[in-house]
Structures are given as C-alpha cells and as structure tokens.
Design a binder for this molecule. Structure first.
Ligand SMILES: [Zn+2]
Length: 287
C-alpha cells in the first residue's frame, strides 16, 4: 500500500490459505499498487492511482456528454457569465498554486438549469454547477469556493483513485469467488456478500469523505488565491445545513457541515494570507 495511504482491509496475510490458490493474481495486484503510488499536490497525501490520466479524461468526457444530453445548459445571462468568469479565474489560480499538478489543458464549466443546490466535477476538467447552487451561494465569493472545491477534485484525481481502489476490490472479489468454487452456494454467497459489503463500507465510503475534505481544503486555497474571500466558506456551509438539510446530494456521503466548518476554521488563517496577497484582488467584476 502507499505509505500513509489507506490500507485495503483484505491484505494478503488475512486471506486464508485455501484462498491463495490463484497466487499469480496477487503479485499483479501488488505491482499495480506499488507502481500506482503518488502524492496529491497541495496536501501531500499518498494516494493510489494506476489509471492513465488520458483514459480517465476520455471517460470523463463521455460521461459528461451523456449527462448533458438530458440537461438544460444555461449559456447566457448574468449567472452563466458569473460561473464562466469565476471558473476561468479559479483555474488560473489553481495553475499558479500547483504548477506541477498536471491540471487539464482545457476545461468546460457549465451552468445547468436545476434547482438542487449541487455541483460536480468529472475527470479531464468538466464541471457542472446547478442554478440552485448559484442561488444558495448568493455571491461570487461563495460560488468561487464551490467551483474551487470541484477543481480540487480534478487536481487530486479523486475519480482515478476511487476507480483504482474499485479495481483492486473487484480483483479481490474474483479471487474470493475462485477460491470458494468447491464450497456450497450458500457459503459462497455469504462470503462474497461480506467481502463486497466490507469493501464498500470499509474503503469506499471513508474515501469519499476523505476526498470531500481534501477538495474542501484545496478549493479554499484556490479560491482565496484567486482573490475570493475564503471566510465566506463558513456562512456557505451554514446556509447549506439550514436550507439543504439531508436532501442535498452534495452532502450525502460527505462530512457533516459542522465538521466541514471546523475544518475550514483550522485552515482559514492560511487561506486568508493567500487572499490578502492575491494579485487578483481589486480586479473583481463589477468592482
Ligand atoms: Zn465534492
């Protein structure tokens, strides 16, 4: 496993002897694991990612096109102009802060007609912001923090990391299935079910929370460096909690708002320093 990274719950030592019959698969997984270690720009966290970025980018583009075919994109008016302007500045800021971060060359940031306060990012630099999120943000500073958070996901290549872990879990399940081929169906189903559930609850969910916290941190620094007031993050999340409650997709697998607010407060002095020396300050639209 990557040093300092999450360990899969199914390590080689924990696998019973009879499960290890297909030994040939384990070295392949071990090699993929070691070769795929790298660190996240900005936070330095060790992560696992063995999927080439070109492949992730293609997947992101296909998913985005699929998604957009059923959505209405708002491409004119003040809100669309605002999303576009903030997006450009936030991306320029991310490049400035993390020059070796491997950020995509081209980005697509769209405003989508949807009252749900939500935003999402796909690999390769595709970001969607719902009109409901623009309303909830209520101003450019908070909106920049939301867009910064999405850029943070792309910068940290969270999708590729989750997919890498998913592939390892699938590999583990395949081995489990093979090893249990001479057991009765009921035992097999129980064991495979337990493995699958363990894989989901033990690895994927904490990862999504970790990714949200990491995107929060990266996004706050990126927005602050772009000249947007990072202190707005606190009131944004207070509004989220008040107005969104449990129905927000943005919150579903995420740290609870109070945890996020506490985390923001810890890194706020650093973000404020970036904000105060931002070369973009004073160049804000309408100011
Ligand atoms: Zn997120």
């Amino acid at each position: 496993m990557c040093p300092g990274g999450y360990a899969l719950t199914m390590t080689h030592e924990r696998i019973p002897e009879r499960w290890q019959r297909r030994r040939i698969l384990w070295p392949a997984i071990a090699i993929a694991t070691v070769a795929g270690c790298s660190s996240v720009p900005g936070t330095g966290r060790q992560r696992l990612n063995f999927i080439p970025s070109g492949q992730m980018s293609r997947l992101g583009a296909e998913t985005f096109d699929d998604l957009m075919s059923s959505k209405t994109i708002i491409d004119r008016g003040p809100a669309a102009a605002s999303v576009n302007r903030i997006g450009q500045r936030v991306i320029a800021s991310a490049r400035e802060l993390y020059p070796s971060g491997g950020l995509p060359a081209d980005w697509e940031i769209v405003l989508i007609e949807d009252d749900t306060p939500n935003a999402f990012a796909l690999p390769g630099g595709r970001i969607g912001v719902h009109s409901g999120m623009v309303d909830l943000a209520g101003g450019e500073d908070a909106l920049a923090i939301v867009i910064g958070h999405e850029v943070g996901h792309v910068l940290a290549e969270h999708s590729a990391e989750r997919m890498s872990h998913g592939l390892l879990i699938v590999g583990g399940l395949t081995i489990g299935t093979v090893a249990f081929e001479d057991e009765d169906d009921e035992t097999r189903a129980m064991v495979i079910g337990a493995l699958g559930a363990g894989a989901t609850l033990g690895i994927m969910l904490p990862y999504s929370r970790l990714h949200e916290s990491e995107a929060d941190e990266l996004g706050l620094m990126i927005a602050a460096n772009a000249g947007y007031n990072p202190r707005e993050a606190i009131s944004l999340w207070q509004r989220m909690e008040r107005e969104g409650g449990g129905r927000l997709e943005f919150l579903s697998t995420h740290p609870v708002p109070q945890t996020r607010i506490n985390d923001f407060q810890k890194i706020m002095p650093q973000a404020v320093r970036l904000y105060e020396r931002s070369r973009y300050r004073g160049a804000r639209s309408g100011q």
